[in-house]
Ligand binder design. Sequence first.
Ligand code: SF4
Ligand code: SF4
Length: 172
Amino acid sequence: MGIELLPTVASEPFKVFKNAPACAACQGGCCSQAPGVSVPLQWGAPSTGAMKVRLREALLSGEWKIQSRDHNVPWSFELTICLVVVPAGKLEVSGCNGWHSELIRGCIFQEATGCRLPWKRRPLECVALEPVAGGHCKCHGSDLYQKWLPYQDLLAEVCKDLPSGFDYRDHR
Ligand code: SF4
Ligand code: SF4
């Protein structure tokens, strides 16, 4: 496995959820749809030097990608882009009779037995999802992506320093 996220769960102000019976039955419906967003603390913030080193290594591993989120600027109708760091998706190849299709989806860390990351090293948004039987899970971290707003220049700088042509974007 490549670089691991720093464990920050204990320092977060909201409740996190672990080993819920609903998840055993569901087998990761959330992971197959939209993997959670990590937060800067998990990459070494507020140390920008540590963040740059860890993020570069993580992106080069191919296990982490940069995703663009729409960000609604408060008190205005303005929409801006917010860059965040998420687990990479998995490549799914299908086809028959000469027809061929490739799709990137899900989460690279999802396995048949569940998430292969240690619980405290999963993106914070993953562990802030409250499992509810029947697939009505409650998202308690939908604004976590905003924690990346002060680090947009840093992310751009890290991406710019990657080898030419290296694909660091999330294509789901
Ligand atoms: S959080 Fe919800 S969607 Fe995700 S595995 Fe648990 S029950 Fe399924
Ligand atoms: S990191 Fe783990 S918990 Fe989060 S989406 Fe991927 S497989 Fe699911």
